[in-house]
Design a protein around this ligand. Sequence first.
Ligand SMILES: [Zn+2]
Length: 133
Amino acid sequence: MSTADDGAVPERTVWLTYPGPGVTEARARIAERSAQWRRAGALKQLALWLLLPLVALVPPHFPWILIVLVLGGMRAWSRWNEHATLLSLHGPCPKCGTEQEFTETGRMKFPHKVTCQHCRWDLRVELTPPRGA
Ligand SMILES: [Zn+2]
């Protein structure tokens, strides 16, 4: 999810690593999320549950209720745990050197993994310089 202030997030340096000797520097925009933002986002996802009385009317009733409950719960849980959001990531692959715009943005995981579109290696996004960089 992007919000109005996401445009103000400056670019910073991150490092891309893979299970090998190479390390490259990349440029990323990462938005830190406050507890307030996460709570508001989680509540917004739970609003899906407001559809429950509606979907309960559609036969076969039970699967719809379950799907809406689980989907709303999972999305709220994911938003609640989104401490940082990766807005953009651009840089060369440490394995094959291909400069690219990575598409695995959204909730940041620690470690956050992205895949090179050229050589298909899984790369790790490091927020601090790895040893040897
Ligand atoms: Zn590559």
